[in-house]
Ligand binder design. Structure first.
Ligand SMILES: *Cc1c(COP(=O)(O)O)cnc(C)c1O
Length: 373
């Protein structure tokens, strides 16, 4: 049977050459030259002064929260519809995630719900750009200014995307990226923290590296972590960064072709192609099953799996996570749009290795399943 994975990384640039350089020179650790080159490249991409490479996108968010000294009793407004990596750092430091629901079309946080959730305890707004379209940033920037709040920007799904022409990853007091294999740039595992503030950059670098004192090694005035990225990871990351334009163009091609093939079949909601601030970059190509279909996303994913097609369900809202229920967080809170997306949304194969023929095959099988209902 033909098999189409939900995603496969494509390592056809300088990845092998740079990795060989690591081995030939013996530089495999964090101290190697590719780490700095990759940091510099990501800072240039996002127009930021400082970049701090870390071991993955989840700890990039931990680093951001710790660097901003968000702690016990503080509140941070964030979308419920996201990955747990966004809420976990807040909960770990004793801060309270204050959730907002999603827009049913862009799937991003409902920006108009932010202001009514601001209290005297609010320290920050954590924006998370979802699946390919950025959050509408102008109103968020205005609120942050008006109420003197930090912005943490999770741009893990937005390498190469812009908002009104300005790069995603340039909006947060601290912004973060992930380089997991399904991201536009991968290094297997990896992450980046970006900022324009020297003090924050230094704090992030210290948090990443056990808070070694700059004066004397093995002296520590605060507790940090080992969140370091290796030179091997950065070598792959840099090679991936060099061909980001090509990756983004391919993602947009994939999105446009799926749009064309799926637009008129009925039964499914497809991604918004563009808003007045951005063209979709289709990090993943998500679909949401109409309410009147008799099966949910899990069942649809199972049936496509039986046809050899790999899919993944959408995020499951933070307010519905058993781990947080156990902590008595988000009791009785309801976010109907996010709940619907979690149950009826999933994404279909959208890796850069796909060709047009693969996409036509995927759509053919989707139609087959829809016709059987
Ligand atoms: C992938 C992702 C992360 C986590 O990154 P990892 O590198 O997998 O730890 C965080 N936030 C968002 C929005 C993501 O998509």
């Amino acid at each position: 049977m033909r098999k189409i994975f939900v995603n496969e990384p494509v390592l056809d640039g300088n990845e092998r050459k740079y990795l060989n350089e690591c081995i030939d020179t013996n530089w495999i650790s964090f101290e190697g030259p590719f780490v700095k080159k990759f940091e510099q490249g990501m800072a240039e991409l996002t127009n930021r002064k400082y970049a701090v490479a870390v071991s993955n996108g989840s700890v990039a968010l931990d680093t951001a929260v710790l660097a901003l000294k968000i702690g016990e009793g503080d509140e941070v407004i964030m979308p419920t519809f996201t990955i747990i990596s966004c809420a976990a750092p807040l909960v770990r430091v004793g801060a309270k995630p204050v959730l907002v629901d999603s827009d049913p079309y862009t799937w991003n946080m409902k920006v108009e719900d932010i202001e009514s959730n601001i209290t005297s305890k609010t320290k920050a707004i954590m924006v998370v750009h979802i699946y390919g379209l950025p959050v509408d940033m102008d109103p968020v920037l205005e609120l942050a200014k008006k109420y003197n709040l930090y912005i943490i920007e999770d741009a893990a799904e937005m390498h190469g995307q812009t908002y009104k022409g300005r790069p995603c990853g340039s909006f947060g007091d601290i912004s973060t990226f992930s380089f997991y294999p399904n991201k536009h740039i991968t290094c297997g595992e990896g992450g980046m923290v970006l900022t324009n503030y020297e003090v924050l950059a230094e704090r992030c670098a210290s948090i990443r590296n056990l808070f070694f004192s700059s004066k004397k090694r093995y002296i520590h005035e605060e507790l940090g972590y080992n969140f370091r990225m290796t030179n091997l990871q950065a070598a792959i990351g840099l090679a991936q960064l060099e061909k980001l334009d090509r990756t983004v163009a391919k993602k947009r091609h994939i999105g446009a072709l799926y749009n064309k093939l799926l637009k008129d079949i009925g039964g499914l909601q497809i991604p918004v192609e563009k808003t007045d601030y951005a063209d979709n970059i289709y990090w993943v190509y998500g679909v949401v099953l109409d309410d009147d279909l008799p099966i949910d996303a899990d069942e649809f994913i199972k049936r496509l799996g039986e046809e050899g097609i790999g899919c993944r369900g959408f995020f499951w809202g933070m307010h519905e996570q058993p781990v947080f229920k156990e902590m008595n967080l988000f009791e009785e809170e309801r976010y109907p749009v996010a709940e619907n997306l979690a149950r009826r949304g999933f994404y279909i194969p959208s890796g850069v290795n796909l060709n047009d023929d693969d996409q036509e095959y995927v759509v053919e099988k989707i139609k087959l399943i829809l016709n059987q209902l």
